[in-house]
Structures are given as structure tokens and as C-alpha cells.
Design a protein. Sequence first.
Length: 391
Amino acid sequence: MADQVWKRMIVLVMLVLATALAVAQKNENVSGRWRLKFELLEPPKPIWVDDGGVQKSVYWYFRYQVSNDTERDIPWMVNIKIVVDKTRAGVPETQVPGLFYQAEIPEQTSDKKIDPEAYINDLKAYYDTDFLIAKKEIMEQLRLYPALSDNEKAVLAALDAEKTKNISEIMKQANLSYAETESTLLNLVMYNLAMSQEVPGDPTFLGGNTQGAMFSENNQEAVKKVGEQVAGWELLSIANDQVTMKKDDTVTTFGKGSTLEYLYVKTNKHFVEKDLNYVSGMSSRGIYKGMSSDPAAGKRFVFQNTVIPKKKIRYGIAIFEDVSVQMDFMAIVVSGLVDPLVRRKGKISLENEVVMIGYARKPSEESASQDSVTQLYRRWVILSSKETSRK
């Protein structure tokens, strides 16, 4: 999976860079080299996330903002990764000096000059991901929620902090359909604004065949025929391990293993709506619009790049998966903040300038999710510069 993410990252970076170069060349007559301002809103932090595996995984994350104080719209080329004091697979540790111990890229080893870009690339790297489950859990921990939809507001208003209610009661008060109410409640539970509870007896559909539908209720299993009821739901039909059931005016389908009823209650947690869109991962760079419709271009995917408008701020959350637990030092490396085209003395060069922010990790004796970091340095570094042409 890491190899696939790496390949996707390379493709996207190449697409974004190509677009940026085209825009930069088009705007060649616009004076000045643009530079975006990058700010961390908090130091990197770890968090345990239940991502469906056997055990919870540790992710590192931080929020940031990028400001465009220029007078032009700029293609979003921002790429965020962290490197740690371990080498990537296949690179001997003896070939990578101690970046983090000196808090700088050394100029040379004992026998040769250091190539800064190669030096960074030899370190084990983790790229910003937009893994939805981790993002939701982080947003919840930070108490950062998106603005609620009209349906979410209606369902939240129908819930009570003391008295539990079932979907039938909630849908009537919110004036929504069963399906709308059910999907909305799932969202509110994910936001940690509501909690679900099993009803007494925990009525569950276990499976069906030509003989009938098997249900479990009060730890007792029973086969039900069409027309019979379970927890107030009338069995209408059985097909392909699914049952269609009716309660009052609601008709819905349950799959094998589904619980027929849940009760819901408000959590009464402090809640402030935030209408800020925190971008993350590769999706922050733009979207695939589908296949090209231009016959001359041939069959190819069309990628629409994101642009950060002039005088605007864009907010993001960088999330890093499976960071080495042996890590003692990390550095945030952010590229795409500076115009890559440099014109000096009649020469045009392609320059990779990044901002690097180094940290030392302070392990917690209690839990990896309580580890903290101390900032060592923040500085701009030109990793590479290559002449492309002359004016």
C-alpha cells in the first residue's frame, strides 16, 4: 500500500508541477517571484485511531494554514511530508548522517559533498494522507466540526440529552424519511454529537432461507414467517439474506447481521460549528474530472488543479500514517510554497526551495498517543537548482 501511495504521489506532483510551470511561464511578464506563507497551528501530535485493523494505529497530525498575500492566483502545489531519523528501505543507515542531531543538512561527509535533495530522499518519509477515518477522529478530538446540514440540525433538535428515542420517534419530529433520519444519525454519532444504544432484547436479523427468517431477541433464536412480527416490525418478504419489514408507515430492508432497533441520545458535548474546509492529502491538489473529450489529446485522465486565490488563506490538516515508533527526531518538509522558476542574470533555473521545521520527540512512559515534540529549528532550504534555459 505504501508503494501505491508513493506512486500516486509522484504522478500528482508531476501533474501539479507541470501546470505550475505552464502558469508561471504564462505570467512571465508579471514582476516578482511569488512566495506563500506557511504556518503551523499546533505542533505535530500523535493520536490512536481505530481504522478497522486488529488493533488501533498511531497517526501523527498537525493543522496548518497557507496564506497567499500576493496579487495573483497561484496553483496549489503544496506538498507536505515528514522525514524521520531512519533510512528508507534499501538505504544503509551509515549513508545517512545525523540531520536531526546537527539540526541542519551537513555540507559533506568525511569523503564527499552532500547532495541535500538526495540526503532528504534517503530518509524514511511519510506523506500527508486524506484517510477519512483518521481525519474524522482528529477533527472530533480538536472539536472541529463542519457546518451542520439542515437535516443534521433537525435531527439534533429532535434528540434529548436524557430520554432515549428510536428512529421512528425522531423522524416524525424532524419531518424526515426513515432513510434520511438513519443516515443523519450515523453522521451525528461520528461527530460524537449523539450516541446510539441497543434496545432491550437487541433484536437482530441473523439470516433467511426458504423456511423463514432467523432472528435473535433476548438471546433466543426464532424463525419467523411472512406476516409475523419482531420488536414491532412486521416481516413482509425474505430474499438473498435480506428481509423487508414494516413498522407503522415505514418500510425498510435489513441485511444479514443487522440490528432492527437502536435508541439515540444527545451527548451534550460542547459544539461549535466551523465552516472552515480543512484540506488534506492528495485530494487537496485538485480532482480528476474524468477522461479527456478532446480527440486530439487522446484518451487520458484530466486533472483539475486547485488554485489558492490572491489575498486568501487556505486551511489544512496533515495526517501521517504508520510513523516509525523508533523515531527520535522528525522534520516537516513543505515544498510548493515558492515559485519554482528563478530568473537571475539572464538565466532561468528550476529551483526546489522548501521550508523545514525540525522536532525532537519526547516519548511518554504511559502511551505513544501522549508523546510530545520540541521544536529545534525552522528554516528555508534550497534542495536543488537546475538551469533550464537562458533568456
